[in-house]
Design a protein around this ligand. Structure first.
Ligand code: SF4
Length: 298
């Protein structure tokens, strides 16, 4: 199966060399245990598959973002390093192994994401639902955050399936349900082909209305967006009832992916954080290394 290039942007250079304020912190403490637990249970993480620059720090803190439904995505976003192609059959034992890994890692809060599975009739919603059930059966107080796809044509049914599982699982902790807008609508065709701005907003609006959920989204900046476009997305998210927002710097995972158009300064991220707070977001993280799952438990 071909991994890359899906699109070949290798001839397009980044806007400049990476500035000095973009640095990965490398920890040691729990890194080996996190690595061992994930691989013993044959699980995937977005930390590895998407080549997240924070892996050293997060894994050393004993956290990781587990990726359900395999390692192969049915879409091919031009910013993302996750493998694209025809996915393997659904692994029905995955929810059990996720629950075992979370127990072994003694997590109080877990973030679950998945590849897009537009090939499946349920979009993969049943695996999310079964994972919630298994996790809460082990620990009713576990904090769970989902970072889901838009579920394409099956969105309404997928939301119902997952929320039903949550309603029937033990525990009363609210679920944080994230879905990333990623960028401004003008850039969707280039950055997020196969996605639809309104469909993404629609998912977040549906989730935010549910009493057991808090909706979250994330954007990555530096792809050529204008400030007024970013503010318009933040405004749309608030209109949809979204409470949490993470804003980070786009970093090119390989030379085949989209080039960076701008490296934002720490002051620019502070500026966007202030705007987000003024718009009413209750949880705001903004900074070069911020990703939707970065310090999600805070
Ligand atoms: S920010 Fe998220 S995806 Fe990146 S290493 Fe940390 S947990 Fe993994």
């Amino acid at each position: 199966m071909t991994e890359l290039p899906v699109f070949d942007h290798s001839a397009e250079p980044n806007v400049s060399r990476m500035p000095l304020w973009i640095r990965q912190s490398l920890g040691q403490d729990h890194f080996a245990t996190t690595h061992q637990t994930i691989h013993e249970q044959a699980l995937h993480t977005v930390c590895e598959e998407a080549r997240c620059p924070n892996r050293g720090e997060c894994w050393s803190r004993g956290t990781a973002t587990l990726m359900l439904l395999g390692d192969t995505c049915t879409r091919a976003c031009a910013f993302c390093a996750v493998k694209t192609g025809r996915p393997a059959v659904v692994d029905l034992d995955e929810p059990r192994r996720v629950a075992a890994a979370v127990q072994r890692m003694q997590l109080a809060y877990v973030v679950l994401t998945s590849v897009n599975r537009d090939d499946l009739a349920d979009g993969g919603a049943n695996i999310f639902a079964q994972t919630i059930t298994q996790l809460r059966a082990n620990n009713a107080n576990l904090g769970i955050e989902l970072l889901t796809p838009d579920f394409h044509r099956t969105q309404t049914q997928a939301v119902t399936t997952i929320l039903d599982a949550l309603a029937h699982a033990p525990g009363e902790q609210r679920l944080v349900w994230g879905h990333n807008m990623e960028t401004v609508p003008r850039l969707y065709k280039r950055v997020r082909k196969g996605a639809d701005y309104d469909r993404s907003l629609q998912l977040l609006a549906a989730v935010s209305q549910h009493p057991l959920c808090e909706a979250k989204s994330a954007m990555m900046l530096g792809l050529g967006e204008q400030e007024q476009e970013v503010v318009a997305v933040l405004d749309d998210l608030r209109q949809a009832g979204v409470q949490r927002i993470a804003i980070g710097q786009y970093l090119r995972p390989t030379r085949y992916h989209l080039p960076v158009q701008e490296y934002l300064t720490p002051e620019q991220f502070d500026h966007y954080a202030n705007i987000a707070r003024e718009l009413g977001f209750g949880w705001v993280k903004a900074g070069a290394m911020v990703r939707s799952s970065y310090h999600a438990e805070e």
